[in-house]
Design a protein around this ligand. Structure first.
Ligand code: FPP
Length: 257
């Protein structure tokens, strides 16, 4: 079935967000409610990832960025961090064939150099294998910090100014955007956060400037197709003005920025 077939099946309007970002929260609470260890919540969360990635590809989204591991997550108990890393490794190994089959191209943002070497290898492999895919861009934010990404961008720009490569007066918003790890991705149109928390948690600080927010009480392991469709329907109901007065429908409207 092509993208429009899927849109019809889910009774969605044609104007979709191009780029959806998700703060996947609530795995621990999901497990606690069931008297299970936290890792059981993360494991169930990985199944939600599989379903949402497949659906995003079917609908024809350009990019899906998932907050899989923040720099703050390193502060969790060693055991949990190590189990999360194992899960990530398993995910990459078991999902690569499915990604390829669904024409999904994998990418990352964040300091992946902080990850265990074997994960780095697994990532490199999955990124290389899916590099020719032309459908959805799946971006995993790993050891990611929005502030760190901005700090790094500032450092790179300062270096260029210092060496005379660019003039201080020519530093514009685009200069910064071009130095961020998200530089090749469209603007984030929709941010989804599960488990009801009203925080950005150091995610895409610059990139969320004009995003629509959809916060749901649903815990991430319970977040499946109907919840994602509801989030997109919610997005489709919004009137996006980008700070102006025009009512604009659609995703990337550069003149309005
Ligand atoms: C938050 O739940 C979730 C994370 C720590 C990141 C998301 C991780 C997964 C979905 C696991 C699988 C990941 C991959 C890429 C295979 P939490 O532990 O903060 O939940 P809580 O707030 O209820 O404790």
């Amino acid at each position: 079935m092509d993208h429009s077939g899927w849109l019809k099946r889910y009774r969605l309007k044609p104007h979709l967000p191009r780029h959806v970002a998700i703060i996947m929260d609530g795995n621990g609470r999901w497990a606690k409610k069931r008297h299970l260890p936290r890792i059981a919540g993360h494991r169930a969360g990985a199944l939600s990832i599989r379903e949402i990635v497949r659906l995003s590809g079917q609908l024809g989204l350009t990019a899906l960025t998932l907050y899989a591991f923040s720099t703050e997550n390193w502060k969790r108990p060693r055991k949990e961090v190590s189990l999360l890393m194992q899960l990530l490794k398993q995910y990459l190994r078991s999902e690569v064939a499915e990604l390829l089959q669904n024409n999904v191209r994998l990418g990352t943002i964040g300091n992946t150099g902080d990850l265990p070497r074997e994960i780095q290898e697994e990532l490199k492999n999955a990124i290389q294998i899916t590099s020719r895919c032309t459908g959805l861009n799946l971006i995993l934010a790993l050891s990611y910090s929005g502030r760190a990404d901005l700090t790094e961008a500032v450092r790179k720009i300062a270096k260029k100014v210092k060496s005379g490569k660019i003039k201080l007066a020519s530093v514009r918003e685009e200069t910064i955007a071009k130095e961020l790890s998200t530089k090749n991705l469209p603007e984030v149109d929709l941010l989804i956060r599960t488990s009801g928390e009203m925080r950005i948690s150091n995610f895409l600080l610059w990139e969320l400037a004009y995003s629509e927010f959809h916060v749901t009480k649903t815990l991430w392991p319970d977040f499946r197709t109907p919840h994602f469709i509801a989030a997109i329907r919610d997005f489709q109901k919004r009137q996006r003005r980008f700070g102006g007065v025009e009512s604009v429908v659609g995703s990337v409207i550069s003149w309005a920025r």
